[in-house]
Design a protein around this ligand. Sequence first.
Ligand code: ADP
Ligand code: MG
Length: 321
Amino acid sequence: ATPAATMVGTTIGARNGVLLKGGDVLERAKDVDTVVFDKTGTLTAGEMELTDVVATGEVPDGGAVAERGDAAATDDATATAEDEILRLAASAERGSEHPLARAIVDGAEARGLDLGEPESFENVPGHGVRATVDGDEVLVGNRKLLRDAGIDPSPAADAMERLEREGKTAMLVARVPAGADDGELLGVVADADTVKPSAKDAVSQLRERGVDVMMITGDNERTARAVAEQVGIDPENVRAGVLPEDKSDAVEAIQSDGRRAMMVGDGVNDAPALAVAYVGTAIGSGTDVAIEAADVTLMRDDPLDVVKAIRVSDATLRKIK
Ligand code: ADP
Ligand code: MG
């Protein structure tokens, strides 16, 4: 494009909340044939809320209430077990900045639970957290986190699958008591996120333009597919369970057959993937790292602006031909 056309295009983009980093990007955006959306914070609002607590294994305390034997006592015991599972999970998650963790902590505080101060804390990226709470080690995270610690997650399989089919992110809670060799599964907590109102329109408008739409996420397959279905992305276009450090490889794999992919993401996790994509787009209140790695920044938190970015490029370059 001529410098004048570039100026016009970037100005029109900017007026529409679409910041294009220079003429190269403006020229490339029109040639994008595949848009790869990150799930959390990009297609979804990223405002997680705690929705479920399920006791599936060992009942932590609460046993005394159950001994009364009547129905009310069983209800009490269940409630007590759930509260204790949530209290331990939230205490362990206090050190984490992850949206999943924040929702667990907020949910526990909303229930008036008294959280402990973890004595130690370890973040296991893409898997969960491990922390020492009241002297015991507490684990909160996915199946792999538990398996790696030698704890069998299978007693929670039914609860996990049910929650995941509902599009929720279900996390296992386990404990390794001080001095013990073996850990015990306690239960499951789940967070849910809401799909952004315009996500579905954005997907359908892209598809109308002949652009293939995909989704990439660290979340599990079942949850990912439930969200994909809500926004109109084909199940075979979902890449789930992708570790943070593997997101850029996943984008490279998508592009390996000559596709020109626009990767749209918001997180620190997404920065390497934004960098390798034909066009990297940081959305909304994305982190600085994501914005720096991106070619395009969308000022608003609106997936429809992805369509605008492509449209501005298309219109600008068409005019000057
Ligand atoms: P996303 O790409 O969706 O932002 P991540 O790569 O951060 O997801 O995490 C992948 C999965 O690891 C989550 O779906 C969750 O099961 C687990 N996980 C990550 N961080 C935490 C945490 N702080 N607490 C519990 N589980 C977590
Ligand atoms: Mg994200």
